[in-house]
Design a binder for this molecule. Structure first.
Ligand code: SF4
Ligand code: SF4
Length: 444
């Protein structure tokens, strides 16, 4: 047995003080183990201990049929892949998460919408169907945002995230906020979610020098014709797809990390495959960026099982290409999630162009929880964003310890066969990537 990643120290500390039902009265397999075959052996990842091991000459079938010899079982028992028969994993998990919450470092993040206007007109955008009035942040609100950040940051180093609409339609607000934060002596860095069309050399220099911009996320919907049709940019732009490719080159020159999101629908898998190869050929240095494929929300939640299966198979197909090409889309979880996102983390705030406060970045008029002038005034609505949609069925799910979904997250909705399979597949890609990294380091 090769230990690729040892059990988490926090698990070991907590289990050593957990006397309930851990005496060996016979053993059985732990219910939180993800398995996958590689190199004529089996990778096993325990989502409760976060430990990863590889065993030579073992198959998924051997594991599933529980056909393991007693020496191997005792080795696996020492790593908690086998547990005492009466060990109650869900109960211990509750205890573990509760303790882990107490020692977790706090992060303070401000997600700031500089404008709700956008230069693109994507049919799938939730903001096109939203219930808000489009506005851009004024100078006076921008100064107040900086003051709000200064008043609420609790001394922590802070992260700012610029979103919109298209946030780069209002770079002035970003300049003002960053300028004020510098005057307050605040240490900050920022990231940007943009369609990337306006990210030319001048703006990138401005972002580097004034905004401490470290990373950018853009979405590319397909190859040239598909992209230009989908984005349907306002104004007279000859070929936006070419502009995007040129801007990506500028981003790399500036050494800013880039995540490229590809939106997968039921019909565009072949076009995205062409796009992936075009990107890899145009930008061979993979240390500078990441490509990841995301199914559009409407494709994740439908009643048609055949369609869900096809979507899953398309998603796996594209991710396999990316994984084989060396893009590690999702590192294997090295911690248990205490917060799902900014929405259930009280140290994070979402600020709209008029200074309203929200919990979720997908803002909606009914979800205002306060204003930068007053702070949070509706704690009932804040509490709503902490409710998880996990059910008792999760107790037996392989990835329960590392899964956290929110009842009101517009992207989570209900866990179904597709979303669950995707979450497990992501872990399998990550287990394999960690195994390969381990092996490569051993060879060196
Ligand atoms: S929400 Fe779904 S994926 Fe998450 S633990 Fe529950 S059953 Fe598993
Ligand atoms: S959409 Fe979901 S994941 Fe994103 S901020 Fe809102 S609640 Fe969190």
């Amino acid at each position: 047995m090769l230990i690729i990643r040892p059990m988490h120290k926090f698990f070991l500390d907590e289990i050593s003080t957990w006397h309930q039902e851990t005496e060996d009265q016979g053993v059985r397999q732990c219910r939180y183990v993800v398995v996958s075959e590689i190199d004529n052996g089996l990778l096993l990842w325990n989502t409760l201990t976060l430990g990863l091991v590889w065993i030579n000459n073992l198959s998924v079938k051997d594991w599933t049929d529980n056909h393991l010899d007693s020496n191997l079982i005792s080795l696996l028992r020492s790593q908690w892949f086998y547990v005492p028969v009466f060990f109650n994993e869900p109960l211990f998990l509750k205890h573990l998460l509760c303790q882990y919450k107490k020692v977790q470092a706090k992060r303070t993040k401000y997600t700031i919408l500089t404008t709700l206007y956008c230069n693109a007109n994507c049919a799938y955008c939730y903001e096109r169907h939203g219930d808000f009035i489009r506005k851009s942040m004024t100078d006076s609100i921008a100064h107040k945002v900086a003051k709000f950040v200064n008043d609420t940051r609790k001394g922590n180093k802070i992260k700012l995230e610029w979103i919109g609409g298209e946030p780069l339609l209002n770079p002035n607000a970003i300049d003002l906020i960053c300028g004020d934060l510098r005057n307050y002596g605040i240490n900050f860095e920022s990231s940007l979610v943009s369609n990337g069309l306006l990210l030319n050399e001048d703006l990138i220099n401005q972002a580097l020098n004034r905004w401490n911009l470290k990373s950018i996320q853009i979405t590319i919907d397909g190859t040239e014709k598909v992209y230009n049709d989908t984005k349907n940019y306002s104004g007279d732009i000859a070929n936006p797809f070419n502009n995007i490719l040129n801007n990506i080159a500028e981003i790399f020159k500036a050494n800013i990390y880039l995540s490229i999101r590809l939106n997968l629908s039921y019909t565009n898998v072949h076009d995205l495959e062409r796009l992936i190869w075009l990107l890899i050929k145009s930008f061979p240095d993979k240390s500078q960026y990441l490509i990841y494929v995301s199914l559009l929300e409407q494709e994740m939640h439908c009643d048609n099982q055949e369609k869900l299966r096809q979507n899953l198979s398309n998603w796996i197909y594209l991710n396999k290409i990316l994984s084989d090409e060396g893009f590690i889309q999702w590192p294997l979880d090295s911690n248990w999630p205490i917060n799902k996102c900014i929405a259930d983390n009280e140290n994070c705030h979402v600020i709209s162009p008029v200074g309203n406060l929200y919990r979720c970045e997908e803002i909606s008029a009914t979800d205002v929880v306060g204003h930068i002038d007053t702070g949070i005034t509706n704690s009932k609505k804040v509490a709503k964003w902490k409710i998880t949609n996990k059910t008792c069925e999760c107790d037996d799910c392989l990835i329960n310890p590392v899964c956290l979904n929110l009842l009101n997250c517009p992207a989570d909705l209900e866990c179904n066969s597709l979303t669950k399979s995707i979450d497990i597949c992501k872990r399998i890609f990550a287990m394999k990537a960690e195994y390969c990294k381990f092996k490569n380091n051993q060879v060196v």
